[in-house]
Design a protein around this ligand. Structure first.
Ligand SMILES: [Zn+2]
Ligand SMILES: [Zn+2]
Ligand SMILES: [Zn+2]
Length: 504
């Protein structure tokens, strides 16, 4: 490792401090502060012996009751999904209008249809790259989730008037969305639901990752190279870049605040020690979750022969190093050098690999069409004269997608899933403390009112004060052996009551 990453040996002491697991006391303190900052009552995070940390009920919950809403630490929308859904880059709410959402989607769809090579545009799918591409038909089906043959395109002028707001659809005012605020850095990549989301994103990470005109051309070019590489290989790198950027920015904020304090009180402290102190403080959200290096913990894909495991892991490590070099060229920060070592990069991505949750936000466009479908005669006939051609243009599979939505909530990287909802990957600090059980007492579930990117956990049955809160990482209705095989990807063998009972 040291032979390929010089930072690894140069910053060995700092790196080993960053990778020393937090003590039970540090862990307790961090989560206590997090829970009180969120005004989250009713739950606590505890470390129980060798079992790692878990989330516990601090009060009784009734079946169906909200246990936790957890804002994400970092999240990204899958690149392909950006074509289908325009959402706030910070809170992931849908923005613009029903007309803009539909118009933009039809516009992109027509661009894709005109571009025979559309499958390679911003491909974020593991499937398209890692699977055997000799079967051309199969891979192209996966990339264009519904064939353009089944669609009846609308005239370009209609698509344009949907996008520019000239065409207003009946009853769309019932589904009004916040207007899209473009990124103040001018990148035309990030849009927000409000100025406050734009500012919060800028402060937390986007100021380092914006590719707008106002940034330095060399920086912009390097960033674009990094993003292209992530899109072509694995968009988990985009998540890692956000995490590193936010850590760097937090480091500088903590340091500036402390400097101000020192000026006020006319004190000073040893800069070498304090540098490490600020690095550790800034690193805390990742530190609390970090587990193993990506290349050690990533599950071996089905199409890789177990005898090739060592070379597969080496390839993954080299891929991470490639990505890290590109990121380093773009946003390197001397004071935060340890964060640019392969060891730390590997741990950050490993944490996301093991702890990410699909980011799913249901589409208001779907709600809109369901509303139209529920109208009665004669209203419905009139309205459908306008909306039916739009549905035809969106494709005949549209209605199937609407029904399939709920089942698809846990399908990561699945391109065959509905492309009407937002899809992405995110890390949630509290949700990631939830342990697995095949007979869980809670589940991740988006209620009608949950329209943003927060993780929502609901009690699946009544939970008593003091009980550990669990969710199922896999389909708990699968047979014993299949559950254990899926859970092996998370690096453990399940010993829940159901598994103990069913073990042969
Ligand atoms: Zn927002
Ligand atoms: Zn920007
Ligand atoms: Zn189990």
């Amino acid at each position: 490792m040291d032979s390929i990453c010089p930072i690894g040996s140069r910053c060995a002491t700092q790196i080993s401090a960053l990778l020393t697991p937090p003590s039970p006391f540090q862990l307790q303190e961090y989560y206590h502060n997090l829970l009180s900052a969120r005004q989250c009552s009713g739950i606590t995070v505890k470390q129980e012996g060798n079992f790692g940390k878990g989330l516990y009920a601090d009060m009784d919950f009734k079946e169906g009751e909200l246990v936790l809403k957890d804002p994400m630490f970092v999240g990204v929308q899958h690149t392909l999904n950006k074509i289908d859904c325009l959402v706030c880059s910070f809170c992931f709410r849908f923005i613009g209008s029903i007309e803009l959402q539909i118009g933009r989607r039809l516009y992109m769809q027509q661009l894709k249809a005109n571009d025979s090579d559309g499958c390679n545009v911003g491909n974020s799918s593991k499937h398209c790259h890692d699977m055997d591409s000799s079967d051309e038909d199969k891979s192209s089906q996966q990339c264009t989730s519904d064939s353009s043959k089944t669609k009846v395109p609308l005239p370009e002028a209609v698509v344009e008037s949907l996008m520019n707001g000239q065409l207003v659809l009946p009853f769309s005012e019932k589904f009004s969305l916040p207007p899209a605020v473009p990124c103040p850095g001018g990148c035309r990549e990030a849009y927000y639901c409000s100025m406050s989301c734009a500012e919060a994103d800028w402060d937390s990470s986007h100021s380092l990752l914006c590719t707008g005109e106002s940034s330095d051309p060399a920086h912009r070019e390097a960033l674009l190279k990094f993003i292209k590489h992530a899109n072509e290989t694995n968009d988990i790198f985009l998540l890692a870049a956000k995490a590193i950027s936010s850590t760097i920015l937090r480091y500088h904020k903590l340091k500036a605040a402390s400097f101000e304090e020192q000026l006020k009180h006319n004190t000073s402290c040893d800069s070498n020690n304090s540098n490490l102190y600020f690095l550790l403080e800034a690193w805390k959200p990742i530190w609390m979750g970090h587990k193993r290096r990506w290349w050690d913990c990533i599950a071996l894909p089905d199409d890789v022969d177990p005898s090739d495991e060592a070379s597969f892991r080496l390839q993954i490590k080299e891929l991470a190093f490639e990505s890290l070099q590109l990121l380093k060229t773009a946003i390197f920060d001397r004071e935060c050098e340890p964060f640019f070592s392969l060891e730390i990069y590997g741990h950050i991505i490993g944490m996301f690999e093991l702890n990410n949750l699909d980011l799913v936000v249901a589409s208001p466009v779907e709600d809109y069409f369901l509303y139209i479908d529920d109208l009665t005669y004669p209203n419905k006939e009139e309205v459908e004269k306008i909306t039916q051609p739009i549905l035809d243009a969106l494709g005949e599979n549209y209605s199937i997608y609407c029904e399939a939505l709920l089942k698809l909530v846990l399908c990561l990287y699945c391109l065959n899933a509905s492309n009407l909802e937002v899809k992405g990957t995110a890390f949630f600090p509290l949700q990631s403390c939830l342990n697995h059980s095949c007979c869980p007492n809670a589940k991740a579930f988006k209620r009608d009112e949950d329209k943003d990117g927060q993780a929502t956990i609901i009690a699946q049955r009544s939970i008593c004060k003091g009980e550990e809160i669990t969710i199922s990482y896999v389909d708990e209705d699968l047979p014993f052996e299949e559950r254990q095989a899926s859970l092996a990807d998370y690096g453990f063998r399940c010993r829940c009551p159901k598994c103990i009972e069913e073990e042969p």
